[in-house]
Design a protein around this ligand. Structure first.
Ligand code: SF4
Length: 203
């Protein structure tokens, strides 16, 4: 099953046909309906065809109408992954469930434009920054209200969505050598020591 649809053989066919034409990345979502065995199977396929594998975790996403039922702590695959940012994303998930706060920085560069013109803050909230039928994107994006919202939601920490939080971890990795007081000034009072430690900072 691929996203609830029996498209497995179609995906294999596309891989067969395109593998020599372009780089292919497979995105695997760890979710309550698949298992570590499924991951191992997909891993084998990516090795066989020399594909990239991106590992994502299922999350509540308002934009996609998904919500968690039951235990959010899913099976671990970090031991099967190469060392890198994606592995850190998987490793930090458990800590995030336990209360680790990660500044939400991706909202400063990503947004979602909906078919009705709404410009939304992110995929995990209902916050609308403005509507393109009323104001231009630049007006909405550069407005004082938007700046206030972005600052406020840097503290949100409500989701662990891959398309947002991987970006956040990437920025943290790149800035981990900055003095803490600068980081605090930039993004607020987070447990940077813990964040850097958890993401493999050398002491
Ligand atoms: S953590 Fe960031 S991306 Fe996630 S819901 Fe909050 S503001 Fe949106």
């Amino acid at each position: 099953m691929v996203r609830g649809v029996d498209g497995y053989y179609n995906v294999l066919k596309v891989i067969e046909e395109l593998k020599d034409e372009t780089n292919i990345t497979i995105a695997y979502t760890v979710n309550p309906w698949n298992s570590r065995e499924d991951y191992l199977h997909v891993l084998e396929i990516t090795k066989k065809y020399n594909l990239n594998l991106e590992t994502v975790i299922y999350d509540d996403v308002k934009l996609f109408n998904t919500e968690f039922v039951g235990d959010r702590l899913l099976y671990d695959v970090s031991d099967l992954m190469d060392n890198g940012l994606n592995r850190k994303f998987i490793l930090l998930y458990k800590k995030w469930l336990e209360g680790l706060r990660i500044p939400c920085l991706s909202i400063r560069v990503n947004t979602y434009v909906m078919p009705n013109g709404d410009v939304r803050l992110c995929h995990g909230t209902d916050v609308v920054l403005g509507n393109l039928y009323e104001r231009s994107f630049d007006e909405i994006w550069r407005s004082r209200e938007t700046r206030k919202i972005l600052k406020l939601y840097t503290n949100c920490n409500k989701c662990y969505g891959h398309c947002h939080r991987m970006f956040d971890l990437g920025v943290l990795e790149k800035t981990k050598f900055l003095p803490k007081f600068i980081l605090k000034r930039l993004w607020g009072d987070f447990e940077y020591e813990l964040l850097f430690e958890s993401t493999g900072r050398r002491k």
